[in-house]
Write a protein that binds this ligand. Structure first.
Ligand SMILES: [Zn+2]
Ligand SMILES: [Zn+2]
Length: 156
């Protein structure tokens, strides 16, 4: 059986040491895991002592392994077949961020102030799209920075 998940795990094991920054043996890179919006991430940390711990987009990470260079700040990892969960190496290519986002009509991140705790927070991608849909409802009182603030918001 060659499920997508198995192929991605195999590619990760084959390629992770080629990463220009985190491939070195002093870093640990834990296998890609799915977030609740079905995007994959990797956790990166220093093996000894230091508390350094980063979360990185998996498609970006694995594309950097394939190219053996870091993506520039103005580059995104584009999914060639447009399936955002299909992180197979051959399905990824670098693409200029502005062109890429316009192509996908991806909303640029926006900042909000939470109505409950007054903390500033940023929404992007699917979360921002969902927020914009919710905000159209007359009964919506947000934005809220978290589920816990949204819960409190319901009682005001
Ligand atoms: Zn894309
Ligand atoms: Zn809040």
């Amino acid at each position: 059986m060659n499920t997508l998940e198995e192929i991605i795990k195999r590619e990760f094991l084959l390629l992770k040491s080629k990463h220009p920054t985190y491939g070195s043996s002093s870093w640990t890179v834990s296998p890609p895991y799915l977030k609740d919006d079905f995007r994959r991430q990797v956790h990166i940390g220093k093996r000894f002592g230091s508390r350094t711990r980063l979360t990185r987009s998996y498609p970006r990470f694995i594309l950097e392994c394939k190219l053996e260079r870091l993506l520039e700040d103005n580059e995104d990892a584009h999914h060639i077949n447009t399936q955002e969960y299909d992180d197979r190496v051959d399905n990824l290519e670098p693409k200029n961020k502005h062109i890429h986002r316009a192509d996908h009509k991806i909303l640029l991140p926006e900042k909000f102030i939470c109505r409950i705790c007054k903390v500033e927070f940023e929404l992007s991608g699917i979360k921002l799209t969902k927020f914009k849909m919710r905000a159209k409802r007359k009964t919506y009182m947000g934005p809220y920075c978290s589920k816990s603030c949204a819960g409190k918001g319901n009682f005001f």
